[in-house]
Design a protein around this ligand. Structure first.
Ligand code: ATP
Ligand code: MG
Ligand code: FE
Length: 341
């Protein structure tokens, strides 16, 4: 079965073809980051309009790369939510139009399920059950995953998401948008003993997180410096921020493994690309004898491959989930634990 995936929940247009026999056949991505950068964040209306421009050329690209003919596609999976309403509607309309034109069924996919299952696309995938840490631009959640659609929420952020904390702190340091990768690179040059930032909720005895205080701590440090803050001071603040955030994520992952008794930890979402986080988790995994799994670096942030894959997984379990009534609705807000199978 060949599934076409369409991702358009935020500022990346992603198209991909996944074959349940042969694996990922092709994927193509267009990131709108350069367009939104001048505004310091995503402008929803600009995002929607750009998805319209990019989607069909990207579809042609994945068809050409894979050698698949349009009529060989068996189903079309699109991101139904959560995300920006207008951006989601573009992807859903394109999926619907293609479905009608090609006479193929369509299926709405939960964006976070896409992130969550993306490590299964790697060459040495984890088996169920596992603990998953979902750390993206809009979410920070720990989940127990027993199978596709079987997600139990163990804990989540009470305010900012980890990726949001990265982006907001980077902005305070004048590092542009999205600042996660930039603040992480800068931190490499920072002195770890220069600034000790707070570790919010480290000892909270539950699996919840809070990151808004960390951003405030960065703001306080930035304000203490003169307008022409030097590069070394910026690097030291970046280091203090990254060390604090990684410490909290690591501690909560260890607590989740202990609470569930599981030995497999899966990291998903954009912050999963962070090298300091990966180094800390890998070191802990070796010491404490659990295994940690990541998506390929290119599939940490938004992409079409994870949507095609999640759609294919669902259709294998429940073929009737694909619909031919060509009516669609998007769900800008959609808690993952409301999703069954
Ligand atoms: P959601 O999936 O919750 O709707 P999103 O789709 O915007 O949000 P992702 O695409 O998964 O989120 O991830 C983007 C986030 O990941 C951004 O906040 C970005 O700064 C962060 N990020 C990407 N690479 C890194 C990195 N190397 N280090 C830290 N953060 C990173
Ligand atoms: Mg993005
Ligand atoms: Fe995402």
């Amino acid at each position: 079965m060949i599934v076409l995936g369409v991702e358009s929940s935020c500022d990346e247009t992603g198209l991909a073809l996944y074959d349940t026999e042969r694996g990922l056949l092709a994927h193509a991505l267009y990131s709108q980051v350069a367009m939104h950068e001048q505004y310091g964040g995503v402008v929803p209306e600009l995002a929607s309009r750009d998805h319209i421009r990019r989607a069909i050329p990207l579809l042609q690209q994945v068809l050409a790369e894979s050698g698949v003919e349009r009529h060989d596609i068996d189903a079309i999976a699109y991101t139904q939510g959560p995300g920006l309403a207008g951006a989601l509607l573009v992807g859903a309309s394109i999926a619907c139009g293609l479905g009608l034109a090609l006479d193929k069924p369509m299926l709405g996919v939960h964006h976070l399920e896409g992130h969550l299952l993306s490590p299964l696309l790697a060459s040495d995938p984890p088996s169920f059950p596992f603990v998953a840490l979902l750390v993206s631009g809009g979410h920070t959640q720990l989940m127990r995953v027993d199978g596709v659609g079987q997600y139990a929420l163990l804990g989540e952020t009470l305010d900012d998401a980890a990726g949001e904390a990265f982006d907001k702190s980077a902005k305070l340091l004048g590092l542009g948008y999205p600042g996660g990768p930039a603040i992480s690179r800068l931190a490499e040059f920072g002195d770890p003993s220069a600034y000790q930032l707070p570790r919010p909720m480290l000892h909270s005895k539950n699996l919840d997180f809070s990151f808004s205080g960390l951003k405030t701590a960065v703001l306080t440090l930035v304000k203490k410096h003169p307008a022409n803050i030097c590069e070394q001071d910026k690097a030291n603040i970046a280091r203090g921020f990254v060390d604090a955030l990684v410490d909290v994520l690591l501690a909560k992952c260890l607590a989740a493994l202990k609470q569930t008794g599981l030995k497999r930890l899966v990291i998903a979402g954009g912050v999963g690309a962070n090298l300091q986080l990966r180094a800390a988790l890998n070191a802990a995994a070796e010491k404490r004898r659990f295994r940690v799994y990541y998506p390929e670096l290119e599939f940490c942030t938004d992409n079409g491959a994870m949507i095609a894959f999640a759609g294919a997984m669902r259709l294998q379990i429940k073929p009737e989930a694909a619909q031919r009534n060509y009516a669609f609705n998007v769900r800008p807000r959609w808690p993952l634990n409301e999703l069954g199978i």
